[in-house]
Design a protein around this ligand. Sequence first.
Ligand SMILES: [Mg+2]
Length: 188
Amino acid sequence: MPVKIALDVDGVLADTIRSWLRLCNERFNMNLTYDQIDHWNFWKDVGIKQEDFEWLFNEAWYNWRAMPPTEDKIAAKVEHLKNIGKVDIVTGRSEDTMGYVEKWLALQKIDCNEIVVVEPDMTKGHLDYDVFIDDSPLNAIDAAERGKTALVYDQPWNRHLAQRDNLLRIKDLSEAASRIRSLLNFKK
Ligand SMILES: [Mg+2]
Protein backbone atom coordinates (compact mmCIF):
# COMPACT_ATOMS: atom_id res chain seq x y z
CA MET A 1 0.00 0.00 0.00
CA PRO A 2 1.45 3.38 -0.91
CA VAL A 3 1.70 5.94 1.87
CA LYS A 4 -1.39 8.17 1.88
CA ILE A 5 -0.65 11.87 2.08
CA ALA A 6 -3.21 14.62 2.78
CA LEU A 7 -1.99 17.93 1.41
CA ASP A 8 -3.65 21.14 2.60
CA VAL A 9 -4.32 24.15 0.34
CA ASP A 10 -4.58 27.39 2.36
CA GLY A 11 -1.27 28.20 4.00
CA VAL A 12 0.51 25.20 2.43
CA LEU A 13 0.07 25.41 -1.36
CA ALA A 14 -1.59 28.82 -1.61
CA ASP A 15 -0.27 31.83 0.27
CA THR A 16 -3.86 32.81 1.01
CA ILE A 17 -3.07 34.89 4.05
CA ARG A 18 -0.89 37.21 1.96
CA SER A 19 -3.91 38.05 -0.25
CA TRP A 20 -6.13 38.15 2.82
CA LEU A 21 -3.81 40.66 4.54
CA ARG A 22 -3.76 42.97 1.55
CA LEU A 23 -7.56 42.96 1.38
CA CYS A 24 -7.93 43.34 5.13
CA ASN A 25 -5.51 46.28 5.35
CA GLU A 26 -7.24 48.02 2.44
CA ARG A 27 -10.75 47.39 3.69
CA PHE A 28 -10.23 48.19 7.36
CA ASN A 29 -7.41 50.69 6.98
CA MET A 30 -5.07 48.55 9.06
CA ASN A 31 -1.34 47.80 8.91
CA LEU A 32 -1.27 44.14 9.84
CA THR A 33 1.86 42.24 8.79
CA TYR A 34 2.44 38.57 8.07
CA ASP A 35 4.47 38.00 11.22
CA GLN A 36 1.75 39.51 13.37
CA ILE A 37 -0.46 36.59 12.45
CA ASP A 38 1.15 34.51 15.15
CA HIS A 39 -1.73 32.37 16.34
CA TRP A 40 -4.65 30.56 14.77
CA ASN A 41 -7.57 32.79 15.73
CA PHE A 42 -5.54 36.02 15.47
CA TRP A 43 -8.48 37.87 13.89
CA LYS A 44 -10.36 37.82 17.21
CA ASP A 45 -7.55 39.78 18.89
CA VAL A 46 -7.24 42.43 16.19
CA GLY A 47 -10.94 43.19 16.35
CA ILE A 48 -12.05 41.47 13.15
CA LYS A 49 -15.39 39.71 13.20
CA GLN A 50 -15.52 36.06 12.14
CA GLU A 51 -17.84 36.89 9.24
CA ASP A 52 -15.37 39.52 7.99
CA PHE A 53 -12.43 37.13 8.40
CA GLU A 54 -14.25 34.51 6.32
CA TRP A 55 -15.56 37.00 3.82
CA LEU A 56 -12.03 38.33 3.17
CA PHE A 57 -10.80 34.76 2.80
CA ASN A 58 -13.45 34.08 0.18
CA GLU A 59 -12.70 37.42 -1.46
CA ALA A 60 -9.04 36.37 -1.72
CA TRP A 61 -10.17 33.26 -3.62
CA TYR A 62 -12.60 35.14 -5.88
CA ASN A 63 -9.44 36.85 -7.09
CA TRP A 64 -7.76 33.46 -7.63
CA ARG A 65 -5.58 34.61 -10.52
CA ALA A 66 -3.71 36.86 -8.09
CA MET A 67 -3.31 34.16 -5.44
CA PRO A 68 0.40 33.53 -4.90
CA PRO A 69 1.73 30.02 -4.30
CA THR A 70 3.73 29.57 -1.09
CA GLU A 71 6.82 28.38 -2.97
CA ASP A 72 8.58 28.49 -6.32
CA LYS A 73 8.28 25.40 -8.54
CA ILE A 74 5.36 24.22 -6.45
CA ALA A 75 3.97 21.87 -9.14
CA ALA A 76 7.29 20.02 -9.37
CA LYS A 77 7.42 19.68 -5.59
CA VAL A 78 3.90 18.17 -5.48
CA GLU A 79 4.92 15.86 -8.32
CA HIS A 80 7.88 14.76 -6.23
CA LEU A 81 5.51 13.90 -3.35
CA LYS A 82 3.38 11.89 -5.80
CA ASN A 83 6.44 9.77 -6.57
CA ILE A 84 6.51 8.79 -2.90
CA GLY A 85 2.83 8.09 -2.25
CA LYS A 86 -0.82 8.85 -2.99
CA VAL A 87 -1.31 12.58 -2.64
CA ASP A 88 -4.81 13.95 -2.11
CA ILE A 89 -5.56 17.58 -1.64
CA VAL A 90 -7.67 17.81 1.51
CA THR A 91 -9.18 21.20 2.23
CA GLY A 92 -11.85 22.85 4.32
CA ARG A 93 -12.48 25.50 1.66
CA SER A 94 -16.08 26.65 1.42
CA GLU A 95 -18.24 25.27 -1.35
CA ASP A 96 -18.54 28.62 -3.13
CA THR A 97 -14.76 28.99 -3.45
CA MET A 98 -13.83 25.40 -4.38
CA GLY A 99 -14.35 26.13 -8.07
CA TYR A 100 -11.75 28.91 -7.85
CA VAL A 101 -9.37 26.65 -5.95
CA GLU A 102 -9.63 24.08 -8.74
CA LYS A 103 -8.97 26.76 -11.38
CA TRP A 104 -5.98 27.96 -9.37
CA LEU A 105 -4.57 24.41 -9.04
CA ALA A 106 -4.88 24.03 -12.82
CA LEU A 107 -3.22 27.42 -13.40
CA GLN A 108 -0.34 26.39 -11.15
CA LYS A 109 -0.25 22.96 -12.88
CA ILE A 110 -0.57 21.27 -9.49
CA ASP A 111 -1.78 17.73 -9.99
CA CYS A 112 -2.92 15.37 -7.26
CA ASN A 113 -4.74 12.06 -7.01
CA GLU A 114 -8.01 13.35 -5.56
CA ILE A 115 -9.48 16.53 -4.15
CA VAL A 116 -11.29 15.98 -0.86
CA VAL A 117 -13.37 18.77 0.66
CA VAL A 118 -14.18 18.64 4.37
CA GLU A 119 -16.45 20.87 6.45
CA PRO A 120 -14.67 24.21 7.05
CA ASP A 121 -14.48 23.80 10.83
CA MET A 122 -13.74 20.09 10.87
CA THR A 123 -10.30 18.72 11.79
CA LYS A 124 -8.84 16.14 9.42
CA GLY A 125 -6.97 13.64 11.60
CA HIS A 126 -9.73 11.01 11.47
CA LEU A 127 -9.51 10.78 7.68
CA ASP A 128 -7.76 7.76 6.19
CA TYR A 129 -4.27 9.22 5.63
CA ASP A 130 -0.88 8.36 7.06
CA VAL A 131 0.66 11.79 6.71
CA PHE A 132 -0.92 15.25 6.95
CA ILE A 133 0.91 18.26 5.54
CA ASP A 134 -0.91 21.17 7.12
CA ASP A 135 -0.32 24.62 8.59
CA SER A 136 -3.19 24.38 11.09
CA PRO A 137 -2.04 23.65 14.64
CA LEU A 138 -5.47 22.10 15.26
CA ASN A 139 -5.07 19.62 12.41
CA ALA A 140 -1.47 18.83 13.33
CA ILE A 141 -2.33 18.04 16.96
CA ASP A 142 -5.43 16.08 15.96
CA ALA A 143 -3.47 13.93 13.48
CA ALA A 144 -0.54 13.37 15.85
CA GLU A 145 -2.83 12.39 18.72
CA ARG A 146 -4.40 9.75 16.47
CA GLY A 147 -0.96 8.25 15.82
CA LYS A 148 -0.63 9.66 12.31
CA THR A 149 2.29 11.77 11.14
CA ALA A 150 1.75 15.53 11.10
CA LEU A 151 4.15 17.61 9.03
CA VAL A 152 3.53 21.18 10.14
CA TYR A 153 4.13 23.61 7.31
CA ASP A 154 6.05 26.38 9.04
CA GLN A 155 3.99 29.55 9.40
CA PRO A 156 3.98 32.29 12.05
CA TRP A 157 0.64 31.02 13.35
CA ASN A 158 1.94 27.52 14.17
CA ARG A 159 5.41 28.35 15.50
CA HIS A 160 4.36 27.75 19.09
CA LEU A 161 3.80 24.03 18.38
CA ALA A 162 6.47 21.85 19.94
CA GLN A 163 7.82 19.02 17.79
CA ARG A 164 7.51 15.42 18.87
CA ASP A 165 8.05 12.00 17.27
CA ASN A 166 5.13 12.25 14.88
CA LEU A 167 4.69 16.03 14.72
CA LEU A 168 7.49 17.59 12.74
CA ARG A 169 8.01 21.07 11.38
CA ILE A 170 8.87 21.48 7.72
CA LYS A 171 10.15 24.64 6.04
CA ASP A 172 8.95 23.67 2.56
CA LEU A 173 7.52 20.83 0.49
CA SER A 174 10.97 19.47 -0.40
CA GLU A 175 11.55 18.91 3.28
CA ALA A 176 8.16 17.18 3.49
CA ALA A 177 9.31 14.75 0.79
CA SER A 178 12.58 13.96 2.55
CA ARG A 179 10.80 13.53 5.90
CA ILE A 180 8.31 11.07 4.38
CA ARG A 181 11.09 9.17 2.65
CA SER A 182 13.02 8.73 5.88
CA LEU A 183 9.82 7.75 7.69
CA LEU A 184 9.19 5.00 5.13
CA ASN A 185 12.78 3.74 5.34
CA PHE A 186 12.48 3.66 9.10
CA LYS A 187 9.35 1.47 8.92
CA LYS A 188 10.88 -1.11 6.56
MG1 LIG B 1 -4.40 25.47 5.92
